[in-house]
Design a protein around this ligand. Sequence first.
Ligand code: AMP
Length: 217
Amino acid sequence: MPLRLILVGPPGVGKGTQAALMEERLGVKPLSSGVIFRAEIEADTDLGQLAKSYIDRGELVPNGVTIQMMLKRLRSDEVRKKGFVLDGFPRTVRQAEALDVELETEDVSLDCVILLVVDDEVVVRRLAGRMGCTKCGEIYHSSNKPPRREGLCDKCNSQLLVRKDDNPETIRERLRVFREETAPVAEYYRAKGLLREVDAAGDAEEVYAEVTKGLPS
Ligand code: AMP
């Protein structure tokens, strides 16, 4: 049975890193709403232009377009076959409800929702040194995981970029939005008995060991 998982947590907690490890080791398809939005911005699509104005301010992109974009991906043959790990979606209770309806229609269910927990100061430290590959999306950090060659991806040799929304002011706004809009999503899944909390203060491997503990094999 393919795994169907959700990673919930504040920006910079390591959702993308964990999703990439899960793809590599468990074969599940990572679906990151942030990555998909940034690809739309890069391609200068209508959706990308709309999303950019919200993302640059650290606000959420409206539910309607976000839900549509993610449900479309969930319906792909690849996701149906491999299962998924959602990273960054759902971020509001409305999105979680829409996802529930979709899963019911597809006659599948979630295995688990993992809430990654760290202090705000750790988040700010992690985001401050974060860089991502413009091509493959691999994530680096100036002190925790520096690339072998400065500014270039170890995996595909493409250029690394610091995200525009990883600046102190926008980070504060994103943390506020997380507390107000996304923390209730964790409670939504807790009430359904699906939530597992994982301490995400350790390094990526330590967190991965905790995250995958107890997952159905
Ligand atoms: P992330 O890469 O997950 O940090 O997302 C970057 C930005 O994309 C967020 O700060 C939001 O502006 C937007 N975004 C990502 N996922 C969602 C979502 N599920 N709902 C609304 N906006 C989102």
